[in-house]
Design a protein around this ligand. Sequence first.
Ligand SMILES: [Zn+2]
Ligand SMILES: [Zn+2]
Length: 308
Amino acid sequence: MHFADPFSLPGCWFKGALHIHSTASDGELTPDEVVDWYRSRGYHFLALTDHGVLLTASFFSGGGAVSSEVGDFIALSGIEVGGTDPQTGLYHLVGLGLNGPLGLREGGGTPLQEAINEVRTAGGLVFLAHPYWTGQMSRDLLELEGCCGLEVYNGGCEVLDGRGFSNVHWDDLLAAGRRLWGLAVDDAHWWPGPEDADLGWVWVKAPALTQEAILSALEQGLFYSSSGPQIESLRLQGKRLWVSCSPVVAIDFIGDQHSSRRVLAPPGETVTAGSYRLKKRQRCVRVACQDAQGYWAWSNPIFLDGMV
Ligand SMILES: [Zn+2]
Ligand SMILES: [Zn+2]
């Protein structure tokens, strides 16, 4: 069994936005304006992921060469890589924590696996961006190696195009034995306004607010994602999984094959806890909670390896 459990770990929770565009590509705000925007809304860190442009911490705070740490707020280096693969078609990747430039082919013709390898070689973590919006099929993604996770929720794709939820892609890959974490992100551009920002974020448990600590926690799955609710704990006791959360109307325990279950609050009420009994030969389970406004929180999966 593999349970990346951020809830019982010592450390602090840090809120982060991991998919944002600025004037360095097709966003409306400058990098410093983006930092101010998120910082003033209670975020602790962000990554600017401009199209084909690697932005590191030195890009911020007046353009001077500064530390990645700006008091209680840090910027991770980031990029969004796009391409067209002969097999899988259009794809976008988010790379986080890269140390240097990428050696991608001109014209966006780098095959998907090759682009993933390039980001990894540059020291970055790779997340598959908005596979539902891009039109990728789960089968397109099954053979990929080196991805840390995918965007289970892309707020911009949802509010602008109605294709923000990639939970089926995630579950298909988990059921096939792939170990991937799920991110909620904004993909903010601020066009025409702030409608595509502050929609999806991660809460990361880490010992300190440094790029190294945040990236390490992201790589290990020590976070959960949200567009509203909070997950407070996730505990495995014997064959029963318990979750506690902020008030919600539904708690979903999503497993592979036929092992899923929804716990519903009574009509007009909310619940703050739920439990679920693991099934025989179950391979994995993840939790998703929906509040009365329709917002979600997503835990990362627990991999059971059929040991129950
Ligand atoms: Zn994209
Ligand atoms: Zn984007």
